[in-house]
Design a protein around this ligand. Sequence first.
Ligand SMILES: [Fe+2]
Length: 374
Amino acid sequence: MLTLAASAETTGVAALLLQTFLIVMVSTFVAATTIARQLVMPVKDKLDVKDKVLLQLLLKPVLISAARLALNNGPATPTSSSATGRDSSPSKLQDKPYLGFGLGLRTEHFQDVIDSEPEVDWFEIISENFMVKGGKPKYYLHKIRERYPMVMHGVSLSIGTTDPINFDYLRNLKTLANEVQPEWLSDHLCWTQHGGINSHDLLPLPYTEEALEHVSSRISATQDFLGQQILIENVSSYLTYNDSSISEWEFLSAVAEKADCLILLDLNNIYVSARNHGFNAEDYLNGIDPARVQQFHLAGHTDYGDYVIDTHDHDVVHSVWDLYAKAIERFGQVSTMIERDDNIPPLADLVTELNMARAIAKAGTGALSHQQAR
Ligand SMILES: [Fe+2]
């Protein structure tokens, strides 16, 4: 049995102090970065790459303490299938379609998409960017939705937090989903906020049994509310917790199984974390159940030699293409899209990059059919 090693006494005065310390630390950091920037940035990337590393390194002891404190205080969400009203019978994966090759829909390309109708099979939107009534983004969204299938990808679910589930957020998400009618909804296996304070970063969880129970029950409750299975994505990270007792891929697999959700496998995130933490990216792929994988993300990163940062501001690099080829070998045809969030090139360049994914997938699945035929 994997357990966190904090004693029950920490729920008293020490716990209160610890919680206060956490709030002060996070508030200070968020305030400092906000003031420094003095402008409003897109939801997807409110912190730059240095912030991402700094935040995770500075807050490492606080993150660990917060995880211990919160878990010792007990999850704020239902913990059993009866509590969530879910059927505890064996997993039944919903039949979601294979979409082909897509791109992240970005503001810079709205008009170009409408004018040129590029050879893109589908688009992924950042849900939070469209959780508004009316406006120009909504106009473009509807115009583009008329011509292309879409999926919705969120960055604010904060499914791993110990704050109560934000049903206001989920109501807004559901409203947007009713409007867009996406093929599916996804978000990240992470936490982004605590005590109502948003870090605007996708922070990793400790890979423990307590965290597994906690996050799985929250995903189950979220799926119940939304009335559908969701996809959960692996994040890139720059720290690990001493309390983690299993690998990230074991944790992700166990969460998907327990919550009966699907997986959005970000191959660039696997590569980034493998480099930063020194694990084998292929071990990660081999530890994931193919039946759960519904989508791949591909993206670029920045390589600093000793470490790698998930910047989404470059083309996909060779090593990630290689990993994609291995993923195709293991998982077969999986809906694939390229995420680009900064240093955004012309749409035509991204379509060319997407064609690289098509070629690799075609070659890979060809090899797979050949193997199966033998
Ligand atoms: Fe991703």
